[in-house]
Design a protein around this ligand. Structure first.
Ligand code: FES
Ligand SMILES: [Fe+2]
Length: 354
């Protein structure tokens, strides 16, 4: 049984990457071909011809239709076959699946489950995106050679930053400050305030703090696999509460994880900030720092994946810091089981490969 949630929106690509060429991408294990119609609307079809299973992506785009590169069967953007060279009758089985798409936040979102349930309102909200005074870096992508739940584990786990991110965002400060965890129906939040602390290097560089700060790290994980890190700092004289966060330096770092296979993940990310909003140099610095930071995660998670595959075990010991990651895995199991119509409870998630 795979642990993919199908009835959900996933980022399939950045808007800029889908055009009038056929682009092949595997999502939740399924090969999909993407392109744009002549009127600009994006299309996603099963990338497998029903005849001899040739990938349609190696065929040709003819107007708004895709022509198979093997024997020329042609499919329209809803996946129906419109032409079979050499015969007039189109067999009823001559069709491919088409997938609902929505474009938002400069990204193309795909719905992998029951198309009747595809509600665009269910796409996660990115606060401040496009608002004046807030800068955006988007269009970023990394390919992670690890199971997507290893990444969600990592993205609600502040404890690793001290060790994995020594060269980038890590620091010993706050090491002993506990993390609180809250859980909703389809989200988990791990958070902490580090009070009356010296401004971290980023705050010194980008802000104008004259004294100590209260800083926060809020790690949200929205089902199925969208991570948002709300991060920032305010003057230590200001009360450390949600209402005061916009009075300081603040950023939202969004990571959209789209499972590619059971052992690889598409990692799309964007970043919204309220400092130096229109400064292209700061944009470039954000890209460089975040790419370096995420690559540090990638390096350790690739090794974790290999060891999980070698042993068939995901973890042998559970620690206190695994509270939020374990909640996410249980939530995913519950949703996957509900989609698959199963009634048994979650398996012991201390066992087995992710
Ligand atoms: S494999 Fe596509 S038409 Fe034959
Ligand atoms: Fe990390």
């Amino acid at each position: 049984m795979s642990d993919y949630i199908r009835n959900a929106w996933y980022v399939a690509a950045w808007t800029k990457d889908i055009g009038r060429q056929l682009v092949s991408r595997r999502i939740l294990g399924e090969p999909i071909v993407f392109y744009r119609r002549e009127d600009g609307a994006p299309v996603a079809l099963e990338d497998s011809c029903p005849h001899k299973l040739a990938p349609l992506s190696v065929g040709e785009l003819v107007g708004d239709e895709v022509q198979c590169g093997y024997h020329g069967m042609t499919f329209n953007c809803s996946g129906a076959c419109t032409r079979v060279p050499g015969q007039t009758k189109v067999p009823p089985s001559a069709k491919v699946r088409s997938y609902p798409l929505v474009e938002r936040y400069n990204a193309v979102w795909i719905w992998m489950g029951d198309a009747a349930l595809a509600d665009p309102d269910a796409i996660v909200d990115v606060p401040r995106y496009g608002e004046s005074g807030w800068g955006v870096v988007d269009g970023q992508y990394l390919h992670f050679p690890t199971h997507y739940l290893n990444i969600t584990d990592n993205l609600v786990d502040p404890a690793h930053t001290t060790y994995v991110h020594k060269k980038t965002i890590g620091g010993a400060g706050g090491e002993d400050v506990g993390v609180k965890v809250e859980q909703g129906d389809r989200q988990v939040l791990a958070y902490r305030w580090i009070k009356d602390d010296e401004p971290v290097p980023l705050f010194k560089k980008m802000g104008n703090f004259s004294g100590p700060v209260n800083r926060w790290q809020y790690y949200y994980l929205f089902m199925p696999s969208v991570s948002c890190v709300d991060f920032g700092g305010i003057d230590a004289e200001l009360e450390p509460v949600e209402e005061n966060k916009d009075r300081g330096l603040r950023s939202y770092s969004f990571n959209f994880l789209t499972p590619e296979t059971e052992s690889t993940t598409h990692y799309f990310w964007l970043h919204v900030r309220n400092y130096h909003a229109d400064d292209a140099k700061v944009d470039a610095e954000v890209v460089e720092l975040m790419t370096l930071t995420f690559t540090e995660d990638l390096d350790i998670l690739e090794l974790v994946q290999k060891e999980q595959e070698r042993t068939g075990i995901r973890e042998r010991t559970r620690l206190g810091i695994d509270n939020a990651p374990a909640r996410i895995r249980r939530m995913v199991e519950r949703l996957v089981a509900a989609e698959q119509g199963q009634t048994e409870g979650p398996r012991d998630d201390a066992q087995g490969v992710a």
